[in-house]
Ligand binder design. Structure first.
Ligand code: SAH
Length: 204
């Protein structure tokens, strides 16, 4: 089941055109996060795609692991890392719903565009894994499509109330919401951007 979905995602990296989200640079919201010193310690980028956010962290000298289940995306990320000489970035093919089995631990988790693709029952699974791999006090930063994005195209819309519920109900007392702010995500298509949320949650 996961295999089929992974295959579908991999196909979005096969075409001559980049995927709608694959803009070839970091999203502005995560650039601001980096500029403000938000990428601390060891960084994990879940659903890293072709790696722009992980590579941004590596360019700042951080140790970073990017995980994506699409082999083409990971290959592209490794090629970029080599071309840019960014040796502190590692990329691996894997399912981010299996994080609880990992031995390594992180201080910062980045998620650009993964959360809004998860089914309801996958969210607690992801959060359980993140609670395992994030040190206490570590932060999970996520950018997801918001319900303020009009039209029918695109990922599932997420309301602020839905986000809050995910981290208070499903997340139990393991998470504290630090901020939820409206932002935008740039796209390679028309429309050129989508309304999004930038949420930061702290692992207690
Ligand atoms: N963060 C990247 C890619 C966003 S698109 C960027 O900003 O460009 C979402 C990515 O999550 C896709 O690359 C998809 O392959 C990956 N993904 C979705 N579900 C996943 C899962 N369960 N495990 C690993 N990767 C997953």
């Amino acid at each position: 089941m996961a295999g089929e979905r992974a295959h579908d995602w991999d196909g979005s990296y096969a075409g001559p055109q980049p995927a709608p989200w694959d803009i070839g640079r970091p999203q502005a919201a995560f650039e601001e996060l980096a500029a403000g010193g938000g990428l601390v310690g060891r960084v994990l980028d879940i659903g890293c795609g072709t790696g722009e956010h992980a590579l941004m962290a590596a360019a700042l000298g951080q140790e970073v692991l990017g995980i994506d289940w699409a082999p083409r995306a990971i290959e592209a990320a490794r090629t970029k890392a080599a071309a840019r000489g960014l040796v502190t970035a590692t990329f691996t093919v894997g399912d981010v719903l299996d994080l609880q089995h990992r031995q390594d631990r992180f201080d910062t988790v980045l998620d650009c565009g993964l959360w809004h693709g998860l089914a309801d029952d996958e969210r607690p699974r992801l959060l359980g894994g993140l609670a395992t791999v994030l040190h206490p006090g570590g932060r999970y930063h996520l950018l997801c499509c918001s319900d303020r994005f009009p039209g029918g195209w695109g990922p599932r819309r997420i309301s602020e109330a839905d986000l809050r519920a995910s981290f208070s109900l499903d997340g139990g007392d393991e998470w504290r919401i630090e901020r939820i702010e409206a932002t935008t995500l740039a796209l390679t298509i028309d429309p050129p951007e989508m309304a999004a949320w930038h949420a930061t949650v702290v692992r207690r």
